[in-house]
Design a protein around this ligand. Structure first.
Ligand code: PLP
Length: 230
């Protein structure tokens, strides 16, 4: 049996080692605990263990947990966001990690009551199944958001391909970092684009080595709702 606290200790150690290997400061890495597949009680254990950043991918997850947790957490919306769902979530989350098309940007612009910190999701690996802007279109897309005063592009987000090939995963994360570097160098007022949201339970070590500032870790922190990790 392991607890959230024990799993978290292990993850923090892994992040520290990855930072050591890449000459980074662990304080640059925000751990987002993805609580989409567990209930409020487990999310509260995560907060009690010292992680205030929670990731959810559905309105229902927010509906369930926010009444109990509210402002004690910073709420991250991760994963596919349907335009028709924007009005239900946009003023209830602190960051959106999945901005990947103009129609979604227009809906955020229309529905947000304040400027929202967004990551532009990029499909670096080019897999058909993955959401995201293709790398070549990322800069034009970010530039196109200049007239959306409710959107602030804080960084880029990607998901690595589902493979055990570490080099393929690393290349994906490195590709996102290079793209981030190019866009942040443009000094666009609406797009500081300094952050990198990448790395999940199986690949966060590589992501940190490649510069992740936000890792989105689900099962490796929260386990599974019924029982522990297999
Ligand atoms: C579920 C999810 C995660 C976390 O995945 P784990 O493998 O459980 O760590 C991270 N990012 C996104 C976009 C997700 O949907």
């Amino acid at each position: 049996m392991s607890t959230v606290e024990e799993r978290l200790k292990h993850i923090k150690e892994s992040i520290q080692l990855a930072c050591g290997r890449s000459d980074r400061n662990p304080e640059e890495v925000t751990i987002i605990a993805v609580t989409k597949s567990v209930g409020t009680k487990r999310a509260e254990e995560v907060l009690a263990a010292g992680i205030p950043d929670l990731g959810e991918n559905r309105k229902e997850g927010l509906d369930e947990k926010q009444p109990a947790i509210g402002d004690a957490a910073r709420w991250h919306f991760i994963g596919n966001l349907q335009s028709r769902r924007v009005k239900d979530i946009v003023n209830r989350v602190d960051m959106i990690h999945s901005l990947d098309r103009g129609s979604l940007a227009r809906e955020i612009q229309k529905r947000a009551d304040h400027p929202v910190d967004c990551f532009v999701q990029v499909n670096v690996s080019g897999e058909d199944s993955k959401a995201g802007v293709i790398p070549e279109e990322t800069e034009p897309f970010v530039r196109s958001l200049a007239d959306h005063d409710k959107i602030r592009v804080v960084g880029l987000m990607t998901m690595a391909p589902n493979t055990n090939d570490e080099e393929v995963i690393r290349r994906t994360f490195r590709g996102l970092r290079e793209l981030r570097d190019r866009i942040s160098a443009l000094d666009l007022p609406h797009a500081p684009c300094t952050e990198l949201s990448m790395g999940m339970s199986n690949d966060f070590g590589i992501a940190v080595e490649e510069g992740a500032t936000h890792v989105r870790i689900g099962t490796a922190i929260v386990g599974y709702e019924s029982g522990e990790r297999p």
